[in-house]
Each structure stands twice: as structure tokens, then as C-alpha cells.
Write a protein that binds this ligand. Structure first.
Ligand code: GLU
Length: 456
């Protein structure tokens, strides 16, 4: 509990920000490197370079992002023919490299596929406000509709992008004020850091449930979702508490409550070594992940129960509830821990929805000649989404005309391609080999499925 209230608890991916006098890009890349172990399906960095903000994003792990920077440096050098063009390109690459304010992100997708467009930073239509976001904005659909009506042009499928447009919508020359106004509209659990071209030496962060920590330096400041991101640069930290907003400038940091009243916060010294810091102060990743179970489950059920009067499993591009209509029988296929999540889920589904549920170990199922076909819903549960036996069982069922639903923790995994619908468990990356939080989230998601079937 002590660790959690200190704000170092974090089931999600990574955000990092820097404002100071040194080139930001290298520091941001180094910081993201320290957060990569949390899971990273895409990554990106934005820096304020003179009269523009440069965003570079890439799908894959951080090496893909590094490669992009190397590539653009090489192009700048290689542009021949027109000396003027070459010089202009070099200038742009150079100003970006030297920029001293920036934000970076490693994404573990929850809403919207893994793609470059969906990678963070996200920005408003004019490209003046950039943000990096951890967590989930639950009411993004409503906000997006309103903002689109007001002329905002969205370029991603994420929930996170609304934050950039919302801040831009409220912006009247004071980024902190605009963030406060935006924050008041946002529901969910998230942390974000924003910057604006009009205030090149300011970063503003805000948090609700997800962590945000400030690293204090001399004439420079860091902010990140976890301490390891800046541990190589400073050990002086300030914890931003839930519901607070933080304003960073090279020469100082101000923390306020959601209404702008200044909050005093002491500076603490972290004495962890790098390894302890990666484990959030816990002895092992498994212990850390056990402590993350409550938050992981909150993540799994959050917006699916946000309406308050029922369960909503629809998710653009991932799940369309029509596959649940008219289901006569459910067959759950899985292996190992996932199989056990199914065993528990079966009780719930049968109890609530009165639909018969059969359980099968995927490796047995695929090697017999199962009776399965139209009217059946076959649910494949796999943490990684790559369990070969489960994938084969799902494929077999699909060939025989059953509807297939995947429950997995990994966006973009093979299971998501073998299924008619996908429910993501949203547990964040699990490093411990024995399943803990991913198991809890599988059970939670099967429960949601049972509840929704009961409603239908
Ligand atoms: N919900 C956001 C997205 O899917 C952020 C996910 C994360 O924390 O990486 O883009």
C-alpha cells in the first residue's frame, strides 16, 4: 500500500517528458528505453523545434523508432541536386535534434489497432498541441463526437487523441488552464503530458489513477510514468498525486489541484538501484504484478461498465455484439491458466445467461472430431494470443461454421486474426511467468461476457 500511494504503481506502458537546456530527443529515447520492459507495440517522440513540433512515430519496439531517426538523418545528408533543399532538410533535422522540450511514449494499445497513426504523441488539427497518454479515456466517443462537430479532424482510432483536441479547444494562451479545463471533461483513468507550440518551455501533466512522477534537475525537469525513465539523470523526485496537475519549466515545477490551487509537495530522494526501480520497488516482477491485479481488473471492466446500467462490449474494429445474438451453446477452448479462467467463467455464464457452456482443452479439441457448427460460439482464451493449440482449435471451429471469439491480452496477436470478435483483457504486459493479473482479467472479461449474454 505504501508503494501504491507513493504513485509508483503502474500496469501500463510508458510516458516521459523533458524540458531544460539539453537536447531532449536523446534523453527521451534513453528514458523510453528504461520503460520498454513494460510492453511496447509502438513508440514516438515529439519535440518543439523552433516554429514547429516534430513528431516521429514507429510501429514495433524502440529500435524501430531509433531506425527512423537514423533514416531521416541519412536522408538529410543524402539529398543531392539542390543545395538549398539539402540545407533546409539538414536544418530541420538539426533543429529537431537540438530541441530542448519534448515528450515521448511507448504504447501498449487498448483502443485502436497497433499502427503508426495510432501511436503517440497525438496532436490537435493544427498540430500545435501534442500529448502522450497512458491509460484509458472512458468517455472518448462522446467527446470525439462533440469535437468533430466543432471542426476537429481526428487522425487516429485511439481514445487518447481526444485529449489533444480538447486542450486545443480550450487553449487561450495558457496551457495549464487549458489542461485543467480539459481534465474536467475527461472520465477514466489515465495520465498524460501535454505541450504546446505557443509555450515552448512548458510541459503540463495530469493524472487520474495512473502514475506520474517528476524528476527534478538543475535548470531542467523530467516527468514520467515511472522512476526508471529518469533515474540515470536525477534521483530527486516529486510524486504527483491523483487529481493533480503539474506544470514544468526549466527552472521549476508547480503542482496544483484540479482547480489550479497550488499544492506544496516535498522533494524525495529515491535510493533504488535500477533493477529495483524497474520492479516498482518490489522484489520480483511477479509480486509487482500481483499488486497490480486490482488496477488491471479496473482497466478490463472500466469503459465496458461505464454506462452504469449494463455491460457494453462493443469496440470499434474489435468487437461487434451481433455475434452474441442467437447463440445456442458456448464452447471455451484454452490451455493451462487460460483454461482455468474458462472453468470459472463457465459457472458464471451458465448461472447468469442460462446458455450451456462446454470446456475443452485446446490440445484435445483440435485432435478429435468435435461436434461444432453454426449457432455455437467458440471462445478461445489465450494471454499471448499465440498459443498454437488454441489457435488451431479456433480455426477448426470457424471452418465448421461456428462464431469465434478471442479473449487475449495482446493486440495484433494471431488470435485476433483468427476470430470474428476480440475482447482484450487490458492487463498490461505481464513479465512473471506464472500468470497473475492476466488471469484475473481473463476471469473478469468472461464474467462480462456472461453478464452481457444474460442481458441479451
Ligand atoms: N488508451 C491509449 C491507447 O490505446 C493508451 C494506451 C497506453 O497506455 O499505452 O492508445
Amino acid at each position: 500500500a505504501g508503494l501504491k500511494s507513493a504513485g509508483i504503481f503502474d500496469p501500463m506502458c510508458g510516458i516521459v517528458g523533458y524540458v531544460g537546456k539539453r537536447p531532449a530527443r536523446e534523453l527521451l529515447l534513453a528514458g523510453l528505453g528504461k520503460l520498454e520492459y513494460r510492453g511496447c507495440d509502438s513508440a514516438g517522440i515529439s519535440v518543439i523545434a523552433g516554429d514547429r513540433i516534430d513528431a516521429v512515430r514507429a510501429v514495433g519496439n524502440l529500435s524501430a523508432l531509433h531506425a527512423k531517426f537514423d533514416e531521416s538523418a541519412a536522408t538529410a545528408e543524402a539529398v543531392g541536386g539542390s543545395v538549398a533543399v539539402a540545407t533546409a532538410k539538414e536544418d530541420i533535422a538539426r533543429s529537431s535534434e537540438l530541441a530542448t522540450t519534448g515528450i515521448g511514449h511507448t504504447r501498449w494499445a487498448t483502443h485502436g489497432r497497433v499502427s503508426e497513426q495510432n501511436a503517440h504523441p497525438h496532436f490537435d488539427s493544427a498540430g500545435r498541441v501534442h500529448v502522450v497518454v497512458n491509460g484509458i479515456v472512458e468517455n472518448y466517443v462522446t467527446l470525439k463526437e462533440g469535437l468533430t462537430g466543432d471542426g476537429s479532424v481526428f487522425t487516429s482510432e485511439t481514445d487518447a487523441e481526444v485529449i489533444a483536441h480538447l486542450i486545443a479547444h480550450f487553449y487561450e494562451g495558457d496551457l495549464a488552464a487549458a489542461v485543467r479545463a480539459a481534465y474536467a471533461q475527461l472520465e477514466g483513468h489515465y495520465a498524460f503530458v501535454a505541450m504546446c507550440l505557443d509555450e515552448p518551455e512548458v510541459l503540463v501533466g495530469a493524472r487520474k489513477e495512473c502514475p506520474l512522477i517528476v524528476g527534478r534537475g538543475e535548470g531542467e525537469q523530467f516527468v514520467a510514468s515511472a522512476v526508471p525513465a529518469f533515474l540515470a539523470e536525477t534521483r530527486q523526485v516529486q510524486y504527483v498525486e491523483n487529481g493533480e496537475i503539474v506544470i514544468l519549466r526549466p527552472d521549476g515545477v508547480t503542482i496544483t489541484d484540479a482547480h489550479g490551487a497550488v499544492v506544496e509537495r516535498g522533494v524525495e530522494l529515491v535510493d533504488w538501484d535500477e533493477e529495483t526501480a524497474e520492479k516498482g520497488g518490489y522484489e520480483t516482477f511477479m509480486l509487482k504484478e500481483i499488486h497490480e491485479q486490482a488496477d488491471a481488473v479496473a482497466e478490463a471492466i472500466s469503459d465496458r461498465t461505464a454506462r452504469g446500467d449494463g455491460v457494453d462490449l462493443d469496440e470499434q474494429g474489435a468487437f461487434d455484439e451481433s455475434i452474441l445474438v442467437g447463440v445456442k451453446r458456448i464452447v471455451i477452448v484454452a490451455c493451462g491458466t487460460s483454461y482455468h479462467a474458462g472453468l470459472i467463467g463457465r459457472y458464471a455464464i451458465e448461472e447468469w445467461a442460462r446458455v450451456p457452456v462446454e470446456m475443452d482443452i485446446a490440445s484435445e479439441y483440435r485432435y478429435r472430431n468435435p461436434v461444432v457448427g453454426p449457432g455455437d460460439l467458440v471462445v478461445g482464451i489465450s494471454q499471448s494470443g499465440e498459443t498454437a493449440d488454441t489457435l488451431a482449435a479456433m480455426k477448426l471451429a470457424r471452418e465448421r461454421g461456428a462464431s469465434v471469439l478471442a479473449i487475449t491480452n495482446v493486440m495484433g496477436s494471431q488470435a485476433t486474426r483468427e476470430a470474428d470478435g476480440v475482447l482484450f483483457t487490458r492487463a498490461g504486459l505481464e513479465i512473471g511467468v506464472a500468470a497473475t493479473k492476466t488471469f484475473m482479467c481473463q476471469v473478469a472479461v468472461v464474467y462480462l461476457l456472461g453478464l452481457r449474454l444474460a442481458e441479451l
